[in-house]
Design a binder for this molecule. Structure first.
Ligand SMILES: [Zn+2]
Length: 63
């Protein structure tokens, strides 16, 4: 999914937006204050906060 993270220079908040077309990036403004002074942040999918606690398969089953 093409989700990008942006930072607003005006109010300093971060927000995420779904971008399907390149032209949409220019039309984006801050959802908090409406400013267009925003910066696109580089997001990597490896840093996505996902609770993956299903990592205990195999361990502790020695019967
Ligand atoms: Zn803002």
């Amino acid at each position: 999914m093409p989700i990008y993270e942006f930072k607003c220079y005006n109010c300093g908040k971060n927000f995420e937006k779904l971008i399907f077309k390149r032209e949409e990036e220019k039309e984006i403004n801050c959802p908090y204050c409406g400013s267009k002074k925003i910066e696109k942040l580089v997001t990597s999918f490896s840093s996505v906060k996902s609770k993956s606690n299903g990592f205990s398969c195999g361990s502790g089953r020695f019967s």
